[in-house]
Design a protein around this ligand. Structure first.
Ligand code: PLP
Length: 398
């Protein structure tokens, strides 16, 4: 019998009922804009920022219109200006170099290693060579590098770190939450991330001035005291006339959707990891597939899984993916020469000046296959998916 999988890989769970009810209330009130509050009322977006700051264990959280915007603000509050160089690991998604480019700054791409982490010796070399003062570190697909080694390099060169936590909301390294290693962190609440408001994001930081700047950059006008997680007024007085408004606020409607999801985030992470671990054990047992090791220090969120189809030639990989797709299993290939859907390799971002050749990154990705793990799947679904992958792998192994 040819097994077929029928659930969509892009179907997220419904928004919790309490979030839907709150959203309807906000719609009825007409006060969707975060600074549009009735007398004595505190905005939904402001509550969300306070609650997320508590979850994250930081002083400040600024809600934004997208994760990409949060990254952009993060770079700006770290002092990045047009013409500056910004270090970034080459394994990431397009909004990351895009955020650097949007400031007029230049990405300096850094190699990754076989475990999908930024390559520390290449980082050291590129930091020295480029003189860049900021590193935009993507914890791409939830793989967290050795943050002690990284912090050491950053300290040595006086480099500030912006963490892109789009795939690590709720993840930890050595017990410390991802996002709390750098100077600022950016999170996404876009539909495919760990909380879903359609579009949205957060910037988090412990730094008073960075928080004040981020709030004004996000488009607070002079209404910043309507934020809940907010630095002292003197800090704003110091910076308010020199910080540009980039209009990328989150609205109350989205904030209501996320507020309702935050209490479930940790239990959702447990559910993701059950699915991940089920897939991991079985994938690792298939001949011709390998899965890079994760460090003991890492507490990951298994919202996606990556594996290497070692048994296949590069020519066979598209056929293997097509075979899986025809049976309902949607896999992505980060090694493809041409960008496809959400997936692209660094060398497809042609706007980057003097595109480097990054052989280690291409080698790490050449046979890397990526699969989303939506929470609408159950453990039995994992077994069907694995059976199809194993079968298609065998069919395409020459
Ligand atoms: C999704 C994503 C972003 C951008 O988030 P948006 O909210 O879609 O702008 C940034 N970095 C990575 C690694 C992502 O996956």
């Amino acid at each position: 019998m040819i097994e077929q999988f029928t659930k969509p890989f892009t179907q997220q769970e419904a928004i919790p009922e309490e979030g839907i009810e709150r959203a309807v209330e906000i719609l009825r009130s007409g006060r969707l804009h975060r600074y549009n509050v009735a007398a004595g009322e505190e905005a939904e977006a402001s509550y969300l920022e306070q609650e997320y700051a508590v979850y994250q264990g930081v002083k400040y959280c600024v809600a934004t219109a997208s994760g990409g915007q949060a990254i952009q603000l993060g770079l700006r509050v770290c002092g990045v200006n047009a013409g500056d160089k910004v270090l970034a690991n080459a394994y990431t998604l397009a909004p990351v170099p895009g955020a650097i480019h949007s400031i007029g700054a230049e990405p300096v791409l850094v190699e990754i290693d076989q475990n999908y982490h930024i390559d520390m010796s290449h980082l050291d070399e590129m930091a020295k060579r480029s003189g860049a003062k900021v590193l935009l570190l993507s914890h791409m697909r939830g793989h967290i590098a050795d943050m002690d080694v990284l912090a050491d390099i950053a300290r040595r060169y006086g480099i500030r770190i912006v963490e892109d936590c789009a795939h690590t909301m709720g993840a930890k390294w050595n017990g410390i939450k991802s996002g709390n290693f750098g100077d600022v962190a950016a999170f996404s609440t876009q539909t495919y991330k760990h909380m879903n408001s359609g579009e949205g994001g957060f910037l988090t930081t412990d730094d008073d001035e960075m928080a004040a700047r981020a709030i004004i950059h996000s488009g607070s006008y002079m209404l910043y005291e309507r934020h809940g997680a907010v630095p002292p007024k003197e800090v704003f007085d110091r910076v308010k006339l020199e910080v540009a408004n980039f209009s990328c606020r989150m609205d109350n409607l989205r904030a209501a959707l996320i507020r309702a999801q935050l209490p479930y985030l940790d239990s959702n992470i447990e559910r993701w990891n059950q699915l991940y671990d089920r897939l991991f054990v079985q994938l690792a047992g298939i001949d011709g597939i390998s899965i890079p090791q994760r460090s003991q220090a890492e507490f990951y969120v298994g919202s996606s899984i990556q594996f290497r189809a070692d048994a296949l030639t590069e020519q066979a990989i598209p056929k293997f993916l097509a075979g899986c797709a025809s049976r309902g299993v949607e896999l992505k290939w980060f090694g493809a020469d041409a960008p496809l859907a959400f997936t692209s390799r660094y060398d497809s971002w042609h706007y980057i000046k003097d595109m480097p050749d990054l052989p280690a990154t291409r080698a790490a990705l050449s046979k890397t296959v990526d699969m989303r793990i939506p929470l609408t799947f159950g453990l039995d679904d994992c077994d069907v998916i694995i059976a199809i992958i194993a079968d298609e792998l065998e069919r395409h192994t020459s």
